[in-house]
Write a protein that binds this ligand. Structure first.
Ligand code: G6P
Length: 635
C-alpha cells in the first residue's frame, strides 16, 4: 500500500531509487515519482501509471544527485494522476515528501494552513498538506528562532541550532498534529545529504550501509545494497545522513534501536526463469511448507514444538477458546484453521474478519487465545484487531511471514512462516504455509489434551509427506493450463467444497477474482440448492473440490444437481473419487490421497494454477492485478 524508498550516499541516487521502487511495486502501482536533490535544485519526475512509465521519463531526462526520495502509489486521496503522484512539496517548493498512509485530519490541517495564507496547493492529496505543514513550521522557526512548538531551542536559537535540527523539530511538531498513519521520507533543498523519515502505522526500515544509508517501506527494496536493517517503531523519527543516523521519537525523546540481519538476499526477490512471481511462488510451495515445519515436529514427543508461542505447557493446556483473525487469503487460511483446531484439539475456535473484529465488542472468555494471521505482518485491519485484543488483555499471537513486521513485533509471541519473500500480489505460498502452521498448532494443542501419541505420530507423518505430495500436484500445471484454455471465454466461475475444503472454495474464488477479474464465488457445496443453483447455466463452470473423503458422496450429489442443469463441472478429487467423477464431470484434476485435514494444502494448488493460467491466457498482468496492493496498510 504505497512504497517509499530514500537514499543518501556517494552513488547516483536515481538508479538505486528506481530499482528500489521496482521491488516495492507490489505495494501499489497506480503512479510513481522521485525527487533528487542536485545542488540547489530538486529534480522531480513523476507520472501516473506503472514504475516502467517513471523509468521511461527518467531515461529521457536522467536526474542527477546523491540523495533523494521516491514513491510508488496506491491511491487513497485523489485520483492516480501525474499531479497527485508523490513526491509532494511544501509552499516554498524546497521540501519534498513521500508518504505511505492516510492523514485523517488533512482537511482541518489544510483549512488552517489556508487561513494562515497558504494558497499553494496543487493536488488533492492528504500528503501535500503534511508537506506544507512541515514546510511552514520549518520556515517559521527560521524567522522566529524558536522551535516549531514555540519553545526556545536548547542553545537559545544560536546558529548551531542547525537547519538539520530545525527540520527534524518541524517534522516532530507537524506529526504531533496529525491524526492518521504515516511512513514518510523527506528532503530539503537547502540541507545537503540529509533525509528525515518517520513512521506511525505504516512500515519503515532503515538500511545501514557503508557511507550510504537507505529508507524503505520494506527491506526487499534495499537488500541488494545492505542486509543490515533497523526496523523503525511507531512514533520514531530518524535523521539519516551518509555515515550516521539518529533515531528519536515524535515527542522528542532519544530513541534506541536494534540492528538486525535480513534473512534473505537479492536472488530471493528475483523471478529467475519464471515468467511471473506468482508462478515462481506456486512452485516454491513444497520448499515453503517444508520450511514452515523445519525443526518444529518432535517424533519423540509425537507433537509440534513451537517455542515462539512463548507459552508454558500449563498455559497451552488451559486455552479454552481460540480466535483466528486476518484478511483476504489469511482469513481463508484461518477458516481452515478453525476446522483443524476443532478437529485435532477440540477447542472451540472462531474466525473473525480482522476488519470487523477490531470494531465490535465480541464476547470473549478469559481463556481465549487470539491468533493474528498475516503474510506481511502489516495489514492495518489485522494489526488493529491485534491491538484491540491486547488492549483487552488477551494473549495474542502472530502467524507472520515478514520477520520483524509490526504484527510480529507487537504480538506476545507467534510462529514465523519462513516462506521467503512473496511478491506476487495474489497470495499463494503464504496460504499453504499458514495452513501448515495451523495444523502444527492443532497438533500441539491436541497433544495437550486427548490426542494419543500414536495419533500425534500419524499427523507428523502426514505433515512430513506433504512436500513430496506438493511436488506431485505441481505436475498438474499443464493440465490446469489446458483447462484454462478451454474455459478462457467464460464470464465467471463458481467454486464449491465441504468441510476442510469449503475455505479452499473461497480461496480459489478469490484467486480467480484477483487476477482474472472474472466474477467468482465460493460456497459450501450444500448451499448450492439454497440459491446459488439459480446461477447455474451452460456457460458458467462450477469447480468442485471433492477429495475422496467422508463427504465425497454428498459432493457427488451436488455435482449431479449442477449437471442436471447443464452446468459444466471441473472436479478436484483423489483416490477412488477419480474414477467416479470422470463419469460425471467435464474435467477431473487428481490430487494425491491424504488425510482430510491436510487436503486443503493439496487441493488449493491446482486452483492457484488454474487462476494463474487463465489470467495469462487472458493477457492480464498476473503479478500486479488492477486496483490491488499486496500489503494493505490503510483501513
Ligand atoms: C491484501 C492482499 C491479499 C492478502 C490480504 C492480507 O488484500 O491483496 O492477497 O491476502 O491483503 O494480507 P496479509 O499480508 O495480512 O496476509
Amino acid at each position: 500500500m504505497c512504497g517509499i524508498v530514500g537514499y543518501v550516499g556517494r552513488s547516483e541516487a536515481a538508479p538505486i531509487l528506481l530499482d528500489g521502487l521496482r521491488r516495492l511495486e507490489y505495494r501499489g502501482y497506480d503512479s510513481a515519482g522521485i525527487a533528487i536533490v542536485n545542488g540547489d535544485r530538486i529534480e522531480t519526475r513523476k507520472c501516473a501509471g506503472r514504475i516502467a512509465n517513471l523509468g521511461s521519463l527518467m531515461a529521457e531526462n536522467p536526474p542527477a544527485g546523491h540523495f533523494g526520495i521516491s514513491h510508488t502509489r496506491w491511491a487513497t486521496h485523489g485520483k492516480p494522476t501525474d499531479q497527485n503522484a508523490h513526491p509532494h512539496f511544501d509552499a516554498t517548493g524546497k521540501l519534498a515528501l513521500v508518504h505511505n498512509g492516510v492523514i485523517e485530519n488533512y482537511q482541518a490541517l489544510k483549512d488552517q494552513l489556508i487561513r494562515d495564507g497558504d494558497k499553494n496547493f496543487s493536488s488533492d492529496t492528504d500528503t501535500e498538506v503534511l508537506a506544507h505543514l512541515i514546510g511552514k513550521l520549518y520556515e517559521d522557526s527560521a524567522t522566529t528562532d524558536t522551535r516549531p512548538d514555540g519553545s526556545a531551542p536548547a542553545n537559545g536559537g544560536a546558529p548551531s541550532y542547525s537547519k538539520k535540527a530545525r527540520l527534524v523539530d518541524a517534522v516532530r511538531a507537524a506529526l504531533r498534529q496529525v491524526i492518521g498513519t504515516y511512513g514518510i521520507a523527506l528532503v530539503h533543498r537547502d540541507i545537503p545529504d540529509f533525509i528525515v523519515g518517520a513512521r506511525r502505522g505504516s512500515p519503515l526500515v532503515l538500511g545501514v550501509g557503508k557511507n550510504e544509508n537507505f529508507l524503505a517501506s520494506d527491506v526487499s527494496a534495499i537488500v541488494a545494497h545492505t542486509r543490515d536493517a533497523v526496523y523503525l517503531n511507531d512514533f520514531d523519527v530518524v535523521a539519516v545522513e551518509r555515515d550516521r543516523f539518529e533515531i528519536s521519537s515524535v515527542a522528542g525523546e532519544a530513541g534506541s534501536y536494534e540492528l538486525r540481519k535480513v534473512e534473505f538476499g537479492d536472488t530471493d526477490i528475483k523471478k529467475g526463469d519464471y515468467p511471473h512471481f506468482m508462478l515462481k511462488e506456486i512452485f516454491e510451495q513444497s520448499g515453503s511448507v517444508r520450511d514452515a515445519l523445519r525443526g518444529r515436529l518432535s517424533h519423540e514427543e509425537c507433537t509440534a514444538k513451537l517455542g515462539g508461542l512463548n507459552m508454558s505447557a500449563a498455559q497451552l493446556r488451559d486455552v479454552g477458546r481460540v480466535v483466528l483473525t486476518g484478511c483476504g487469503t489469511a482469513l481463508h487460511a484461518a477458516m481452515v484453521g478453525e476446522y483443524l483446531i476443532e478437529a485435532l484439539a477440540q477447542i472451540p475456535t472462531e474466525v473473525e474478519y480482522a476488519s470487523e473484529f477490531r470494531h465490535r465488542n465480541s464476547p470473549m472468555t478469559r481463556d481465549t487465545l487470539v491468533f493474528a494471521i498475516s503474510q506481511s505482518g502489516e495489514t492495518a485491519d489485522t494489526l488493529g484487531a491485534l491491538r484491540e485484543s491486547k488492549r483487552k488483555g488477551y494473549r495474542t499471537l502472530g502467524i507472520c511471514n515478514n520477520v520483524a513486521s509490526t504484527i510480529a513485533r507487537e504480538s506476545d509471541g507467534g510462529v514465523y512462516m519462513h516462506a521467503g519473500p512473496e511478491i506476487g500480489v495474489a497470495a499463494t505460498k503464504s496460504f499453504t504455509s499458514q495452513v501448515t502452521i495451523l495444523t502444527a498448532i492443532g497438533l500441539l494443542l491436541g497433544r495437550m489434551r486427548h490426542l494419543s501419541p500414536a495419533q500425534g505420530t500419524g499427523i507428523i507423518e502426514t505433515l512430513e509427506a506433504l512436500p513430496g505430495q506438493i511436488d506431485q500436484v505441481l505436475k498438474l500445471s499443464d493440465q490446469t493450463k489446458a483447462i484454462a484454455k478451454k474455459y478462457a471465454s467464460v464470464n465467471g466461475m463458481l467454486f464449491f467444497g465441504r468441510q476442510f475444503n469449503f475455505p479452499v472454495a473461497l480461496e480459489a474464488a478469490l484467486k480467480m477474482k484477483e487476477i482474472t477479474y472474472l466474477f467468482a464465488e465460493g460456497h459450501p457445496s450444500a448451499e448450492l440448492k439454497h440459491g446459488i443453483i439459480a446461477l447455474v447455466r451452460s456457460d458458467l463452470p462450477s469447480v468442485f473440490i471433492a477429495p475422496d473423503d467422508a463427504v465425497f458422496s454428498k459432493n457427488v450429489n451436488n455435482i449431479e444437481q449442477v449437471r442436471a442443469r447443464k452446468g459444466p463441472v471441473i472436479a478436484v478429487t483423489s483416490g477412488e473419487g477419480v474414477g467416479k467423477l470422470k463419469k460425471i464431470a467435464d474435467d477431473v484434476i487428481e490430487i494425491p490421497v491424504a488425510p482430510e485435514c491436510v487436503t486443503p494444502i493439496l487441493s488449493v494448488i491446482p486452483l492457484q494454477l488454474l487462476a494463474y493460467h487463465l489470467a495469462v491466457e487472458l493477457g492480464l498482468d498476473v503479478d500486479k492485478p488492477r486496483n490491488l496492493a499486496k500489503s494493505v496498510t490503510v483501513e
